[in-house]
Design a protein around this ligand. Structure first.
Ligand SMILES: C[S@@+](CC[C@H](N)C(=O)[O-])C[C@H]1O[C@@H](n2cnc3c(N)ncnc32)[C@H](O)[C@@H]1O
Length: 361
């Protein structure tokens, strides 16, 4: 049986499953779900095995909100012997295909974490054996298929592949970011990850660079403002709460104690709007659309808080609100949403308008 395996945040399997089922159906690919509850794994078993390859090539992983990473299975679950595990894996792969890289993966759970040392140890001889038998290309080859080995335990593995141009560059889709000691809150990692995920590095010089002006709505105590300041931007931080002294001392931050829904920038010179207000997502969605349409900012990065129930439906409704507003004004836009690793009960959205702005009063 061929299946698409998706990795998501533990507890979000239902959302991840509903999404792959719906979006695969748009591509006329059908199957049924097997969810590993609280293990962050979703199995989408395909009715027609041949369609798997088309799907992981054609459907952009970027369009899936709740999946961090995915692969198409090459094998069912393999029971590994106590010895000669490397041989067992190499044999199961056959000789037909060659892979550009190997990802040793587990579920994002405590059991999974306990397995990661085992995976690291096994990776060395496994890579060597795969190279020797020509199954893995030489180091530095970035094109082609990525081989995934998902370890369910020390003696059970599922093998599969993803396409390097349509996969996460990170093991299990998780970037490991270092918390900067000078940042005033852990939320800082959310914006750090968002920039890394949504803005290609080769465009940072143009889109994410020093000298830009930015507005941070719901800024206190300043974890997001910190990310803008450290990139050399001048930031207007809006929040009734206090901002960290260390940020105010940089001279790059203006703090306005007021409601983020009432603030209107006096000049059209802001490149970035970032928004982490804990507010109704529908309200935030409308506000973001308005800022972009009015040209108050060129690009927006914001969170949409998730409800307790119906989370997938709610996010779709929130994004639809923005799409409807943009359509009403006939603008072209780019918008992606992702449940990032450092997100919890929210998803992060990036949006920008790509065509001339409409005349508004
Ligand atoms: C999750 S915290 C923001 C954390 C911040 N991004 C950081 O990294 O330190 C949410 C903030 O939104 C602010 N907030 C909520 N509603 C707001 C509103 N209507 N206007 C301005 N700030 C608001 C709260 O005061 C709170 O400080």
């Amino acid at each position: 049986m061929a299946s698409i395996v998706l990795y998501c945040r533990p507890g979000f399997e239902k959302e991840c499953g509903a999404e792959i089922q719906e979006k695969a159906a748009w591509n006329e690919v059908y199957g049924y779900l097997e969810l590993k509850k609280n293990e962050g794994l979703v199995f989408f078993h395909l009715n027609n095995a041949e369609e798997g390859d088309t799907l992981i090539n054609k459907m952009p992983l970027r369009r899936l909100i709740f999946a961090r990473q995915w692969f198409l299975t090459l094998t069912d679950k393999i029971d590994l012997p106590d010895y000669n595990r490397v041989e067992a894996i190499t044999e199961a792969l056959g000789t037909e295909w060659q892979y550009a890289d190997l990802r040793m993966e587990t579920a994002d759970t405590n059991d999974g974490k306990a397995l990661s040392k085992f995976c690291r140890k096994l990776a060395v001889p496994l890579r060597q054996a795969l190279r020797k038998s020509g199954l893995l290309t030489e180091k530095g080859d970035n094109d082609g298929a990525i081989l995934h080995a998902l370890f369910l335990s020390g003696s059970e593995v599922i093998l599969g592949y993803s396409i390097s141009s349509n996969t996460s560059p990170h093991v299990m889709g998780i970037p490991r970011l270092k918390f900067p000691n000078a940042a005033p809150s852990r939320s800082t990692l959310k914006l750090d990850e968002a920039f890394l995920y949504f803005i290609p590095k080769e465009e940072w010089d143009e889109r994410l660079t020093s000298g830009m002006n930015a507005v941070d709505l719901g800024a206190a105590p300043g974890g997001w403002t910190y990310q803008l300041v450290r990139r050399g931007m001048m930031v207007t931080s809006i929040d009734n709460g206090a901002m960290a002294e260390s940020l105010m001392e940089t001279g790059q931050v203006k703090h306005r104690m007021m409601d983020g829904f009432k603030y209107i920038p006096s000049k059209q010179n802001n490149y970035w709007l970032v928004c982490d207000m804990i507010e109704k997502p529908q309200r935030v969605a409308k506000l973001m659309a308005e800022w972009l349409l009015r040209g108050y900012c060129k690009e927006a990065m914001f969170n949409l808080k998730l409800p307790m129930k119906g989370r997938y439906q709610q996010v779709n409704d929130d994004l639809q609100t923005i799409k409807d507003i943009f359509s009403e004004f006939g603008v072209k836009y780019e918008m992606y949403a992702k449940h990032l690793y450092y997100d919890r009960e929210e998803v992060t959205v990036h949006a920008r308008i790509l065509s001339p702005l409409p005349a508004l009063d």
